[in-house]
Design a protein around this ligand. Structure first.
Ligand SMILES: Nc1nc2c(c(=O)[nH]1)N[C@H]1C(S)=C(S)[C@@H](COP(=O)(O)O)O[C@H]1N2
Ligand SMILES: [Mo]
Length: 211
């Protein structure tokens, strides 16, 4: 398939405004690639759980969780879009089933190694296509793409999907994550061009503190 056919047939109507199609799968993140230590690795669900207790899965326990496959595109808010990734992993909504949140939970913070974080509305996290991916195109994730686990939120910009995912924090109010604190849009819908925080509308961001 030529580049022209690729962009013409496969990509038309598929690339959000202001984005450019790139071939392959570029690597993009802030900071170093963490080393995976299986003996120390866990995925922790914490914060406002229904019981007040946190819950951990170690690496071996991940195999007991439900699985799903989702084909999705990846739009980086700095412009590049790579398309047609076949993600395989754990549906994010399963986390809520297995570790019920307190009734007043409205948002989650997805935490990665080294303190990278991304905040999501609960509905973005539990969306049918949101998953915690272990594989892409049938292969385990590579280290630079987030092995062993990364969050994929197909309907939002790439910064909403932490690679090297380690935690899900249930929150009863919204709070900005890593890029959301550094000028990126609190919601991050590429189709609505929600790229920068100065473009936020009333209600898109956390409520200002009172007093
Ligand atoms: N832990 C972590 N996850 C991250 C980032 C990061 O800096 N650290 N960058 C995000 C951004 S901005 C994008 S566009 C995607 C890029 O994913 P890729 O390198 O697999 O293309 O990872 C996201 N996940
Ligand atoms: Mo990005």
């Amino acid at each position: 398939m030529t580049a022209e056919q690729f962009s013409g047939s496969e990509a038309s109507g598929r690339i959000p405004p202001g984005q450019r199609l790139v071939r392959g799968w570029p690597v993009s993140h802030y900071g170093p690639v963490p080393r995976f230590r299986p003996d120390r690795w866990n995925l922790r669900v914490f914060g406002a759980t229904a019981t007040g207790d946190h819950h951990d899965w170690n690496f071996d326990q991940l195999v007991d969780l439900p699985r799903t496959t989702v084909v999705a595109d990846l739009h980086c808010a700095s412009g590049p879009s790579s398309i047609g990734h076949e993600w395989y992993g754990i549906p994010a909504a399963a986390v809520l089933d297995l570790v019920p949140p307190a009734p007043d939970v409205t948002h989650i913070m997805a935490w990665a190694e080294y303190g990278y974080s991304a905040n999501l509305r609960l509905g973005d996290f539990t969306s049918a296509r949101t998953l915690m991916a272990t594989h892409r195109n049938g292969e385990p994730l590579t280290a630079e793409h987030g092995f062993p686990l990364r969050l994929v939120v197909p309907h939002l910009f790439g910064y909403k999907g932490p690679k090297w995912l380690r935690g899900i924090e249930y929150m009863t109010a919204d709070r900005r994550g890593f890029w959301e604190e550094r000028g990126f849009h609190n919601i991050g819908d590429p189709w609505r061009e929600q790229r920068y925080s100065y473009e936020e509308q009333e209600g898109d961001g956390p409520q200002p503190h009172g007093g």
